[in-house]
Every structure is written in C-alpha cells, then in structure tokens.
Design a protein around this ligand. Sequence first.
Ligand code: AMP
Length: 216
Amino acid sequence: MKPLTIALSKGRIFDETLPLLAAAGIHPTENPEKSRKLIIATNHAHIRLVIVRASDVPTYVQYGTADFGIAGKDVLIEHGGDGLYQPLDLKIAQCRMMVAVRKGFDYAAAVQPGCRLRVASKYPNIAAEHFADKGVHVDLIKLYGSMELAPLVGLSDAIVDLVSTGNTLKANDLEAVEHIADISSRLIVNKAALKLKYDVIQPIIDTFAAATQQAA
Ligand code: AMP
C-alpha cells in the first residue's frame, strides 16, 4: 500500500474529523489532546496523521509532506490556497467571520469615507480586503490570539474574528457589527499526491463526501 500522511489540527477540527475518518475505516491509535506526539499512527500501517497548527495545515499539504488535510476556510483564504485541490466542503467547525466592536461604539460613523479605523485581527488579508471593498482606510494590527481583548484595552477600534455561539463576544462586552463570510472546514489535497495516489485518496474523498451528505 502507498503510504499516506494526513495533516490535522487539534481541537474542534480533529474532533469533528474523527467520524469522517472512522467512516473511511481509519482509526488513530492515540488522542493528540492527551498525547504530546506530533505523528500519530492509525490502525493502518501505511496511514499516519501529523498534528500541526491549524494555520500550518495548508503549508504541509502544499509542500506534499502531507497528502491531504483539513483546514478552515478562514485559514485557506488567508493562505491563498496555492498548489491545493479543495474538493469538499466538510461542513464541520462551522462559524462566521465577523467584524466586532465594543458595545456602544459608533461603527457606522467610524466607517464613513475618509475615516481611519484601527482593526486587530489574526486574519490581516481577509480584514484588509473587506475594508478595501468598503473604501475604508484601516490600520491593521496583526494578533495571534485573544483578539477580543484589543478593543477593550484600546489597542484597536474593531476586530475581525471568528464567531461561533457569540458567547465570547458577549462575555467581553463586544458586539458583532458586520458579517464577512460563512466559514467551515474543507478537505485540501496535494495536487501531485492526488495523481500519484489516486487509488488510495479518491475512495477516502468519496467516503468523506457521502458521510458529509448524510450528516447534512
Ligand atoms: P464563540 O464564543 O462560540 O462565538 O467562539 C468564539 C471564539 O472561538 C473566538 O475566539 C474564535 O476565534 C474561536 N472560534 C470560533 N469558531 C472557531 C472555528 N471554527 N475555528 C477556530 N476558532 C474558532
């Protein structure tokens, strides 16, 4: 059998991918939340998982170090998606990319033509494109996490971040003021690997597609 490497990130994507892997008869031998291992074996000697940061999944697949992986659309838009097939929306880890501000902040006034807005985000490309489309000048502040803090301590006027339940915004006295995009996780496949290992990868894609349709 041809060896297969699958890139996944810990947390929600890993948890929601487990049933898809199980449908394809793939069972990891360890839980990455408990194990510190970055390479996880499966019940198939030729299939292994590599556990990487969510934003690094496209890079591992792009360079062919992983044959395929699962990444959020947020990460894919930010990465650009070069060298990747994106054959399937898995409809997992669903959320929304939103603009949020402190409650009471006059967002409508702040995005008038000629105004300048300070925006903090882990997604500077998505944020830049969104505000460029609106014709609003922004000073972008790149953060790596806890974006909700930025407007509270005066680092920025607004944030661009993922919202799922809305509980984090609420707990921090923030409110969503604009919807940028619906986000879910996609299967991403290395283009060369799909050609060279078509007989192994395509049946897995087909199984994931059927399982995704069944869950919808
Ligand atoms: P919530 O309180 O459920 O709205 O979740 C918001 C927090 O979870 C924010 O800090 C987001 O960055 C993060 N978050 C929500 N959905 C996702 C997702 N699908 N992938 C990664 N982070 C997420």
